[in-house]
Write a protein of this length. Structure first.
Length: 203
């Protein structure tokens, strides 16, 4: 989910992560700039991708009190989702559970060290609408197979490769998917096109 805001009082692209619950962070992937087209138009200095955990067993219940009216309560718990429901994957001998439902809630209050207290109050919550499946679970999901969300493409290095389809449809048809060319296979064609007399004339 992109966090940067298109318009904001602090400037275009301002990123507000007050909704983030630190205890849920599983990993952070940093890409240092100057720019990555696949990350969008706000990646001029780099990007940070934050992944949440999918499970927490046993759960976490935590209360914190501090100076200047600071208080925080946190609850995190995950629940296994049985296989066989339309929106989960198949269970296997090594994966008897099809998915996990992660529930988290946070409440924070803080006045700050001021003569006039901030009286800040914040509520955060996480409740996915469906369990988060990994790629193997998604490819084995009967629901995704029934809805034709799994296609097979002829990848040069892996024939019969199964991939998840683009969910967007145009005129009732899903967007086509095809494997990219092997590394360097199109270099000569692109270089030749750039050196063509027609291209030089058009400039």
């Amino acid at each position: 989910m992109p966090v940067n805001m298109r318009t904001h009082g602090h400037g275009q692209g301002y990123a507000d992560i007050n909704f983030l619950i630190p205890e849920l962070v599983q990993s952070m992937r940093v890409r240092k700039g100057p720019y990555f087209a696949d990350e969008g138009d706000f990646s001029s200095a780099g990007t940070l991708r934050i992944d949440y955990i999918n499970t927490m067993n046993p759960g976490l219940w935590q209360g914190t009190l501090g100076m200047f009216g600071y208080g925080r309560a946190l609850a995190i718990k995950s629940y296994p989702i049985s296989a066989g429901t339309p929106w989960t994957g198949n269970s296997t001998a090594t994966n008897p559970v099809a998915g996990n439902l992660l529930v988290a809630a946070e409440a924070t209050a803080y006045d700050g060290p001021w003569d006039v207290p901030d009286r800040m109050k914040k509520l955060n919550g996480v409740l996915p609408v469906a369990p988060v499946l990994d790629l193997a679970q998604a490819l084995d999901s009967p629901f995704l197979q029934t809805t034709e969300m799994i296609h097979t493409i002829g990848h040069p290095a892996k024939p019969g490769m199964r991939v998840l389809c683009n969910p967007i449809k145009i005129d009732g048809e899903r967007l086509s998917q095809a494997p990219c060319s092997p590394y360097g296979a199109d270099t000569a064609a692109y270089v030749g096109e750039m050196r063509s007399p027609e291209r030089a004339t058009s400039r």
